[in-house]
Ligand binder design. Sequence first.
Ligand SMILES: [Zn+2]
Length: 78
Amino acid sequence: MMPPRGRLEPEVVRPIQPYQARKEYICPRCDGIIGLGVFHLVVIPEDSPDLRRHWHHGCWYKERRRRGTITPGDASEL
Ligand SMILES: [Zn+2]
């Protein structure tokens, strides 16, 4: 379940390297499959780590732009 629009929770974002991606996941933004061996991101709410979601890198970037939480320099942080 997505948090209500505009609600910003502290989240931990971790890159998942291709060799670590041993399962397929569904990206919550595009509902597309993140395939085996595909570099992507896992986003873990600090309050509720059980609600972690796997995102395409590009989808997470767009989501952050939508939320307005991208600041200069973020693009290189991953
Ligand atoms: Zn996606």
